[in-house]
Design a binder for this molecule. Sequence first.
Ligand code: G3I
Length: 381
Amino acid sequence: MHNLKKSLLGVATLATAFVLPVGLLGGAPAVAKPDGPSGAAAGWQPKTLRQAAPDGFVIGTAVAGGGHHLDMPYPDPFPNDRRYRHLVGKEFSSVSPENQMKWEFIHPEQDTYNFAPADAIVKFARQHGQQVRGHTLLWHSQNPAWLEQGDFTAEELRAILRDHITTVVGRYAGQIDQWDVANEIFDDAGNLRTTDNIWIRELGAGIIADAFRWAHEADPDALLFFNDYNVESIGPKSNAYYALVQQLLADGVPVHGFSVQGHLSTRYGFPGDLQANLQRFSDLGLSTAVTELDVRMDLPAAGASPTPAQLAQQADYYQRFLEACLAVEGCDSFTLWGFTDKYSWVPVFFPTEGSATVMTEDFERKPAYDALLATLAAARS
Ligand code: G3I
């Protein structure tokens, strides 16, 4: 379905690129959109990432809130930082709640849901014509104490997960385009997390298929994903997903996508087989996506400025990541894990690293931003 959508969008784009005879493509003469390829040829230059993106390709950001922000000396970013909010609407065509839909945030007590922050993001997205990526339903981390430390039977846990998925996915049915149903279920060696993931530990691997089934029942239109880090390359961890999704597809489980988070560091080489890796999942009929891209670097001191060479290397990584996604049919969603260093999770987790996003703390565009803008614009023509 998703690939078909992209093919049809491709036809529409071609229709604006060439003068077509009246009657072709539904009868009306093709009229060049001011922001279409022919507009670009006439000198039109995109000013924002979402303007630059080709039709059918969404460029997203995490929406800052919860998680590490709770410990920081600033108010909750999304509701309070007007400049930040303005840029979320202007620059991006997809949003992902950074923490606001995670269990500990949206389901803090067994009988209490906290929907307001997630509702606000979904409403903002609707007002700004943005897609939403839901994150996340089955994960080993950021679960509430009542769940992790509760003394539940297997039957009770299963009912808890089913109720949660049905309630949360159902609440936003029709408003969330992609859900990260299962997040980070394998370790780096490609073994299922049978100790730290409460669901897999207590209920066995079969719970993964059930989570997808329940999410699909609650919103048949949402694309349902596996999402993980360190799966950019072909290796033990991505191979484990490759084997699992083939099994689930053969069993008729509603799995629609595989997404790579993309938390990179300039310490390490670029994952040069990213495109080939995405392509093999696409060849299974799945959508693919980039969901949490950032590129951190070593800094001499906290908050120190990177060198021009570091910024150039970072821009190169961002650009190559985007090019790999653009080159794969069905990789239509490309999300940054935040776009300003002001709110990045990186220095909190990696105290000697930082500058991981495409804008400075003052929202100045870095070379990485310019590289994304130019790459998106080039992909339109
Ligand atoms: O739960 C502890 C709490 O007990 C303690 O008192 C407090 C003291 O600092 O820390 C709490 O943990 C925080 C956690 O969020 C839970 O809210 C961590 O410090 C904080 O660093 C953490 O941040 C979030 C992180 O996920 C948690 O894993 C970040 O905001 C968020 O950006 C990050 O996002 C994840 C994606 O969801 C999945 N992929 C990786 C990505 C980056 O880690």
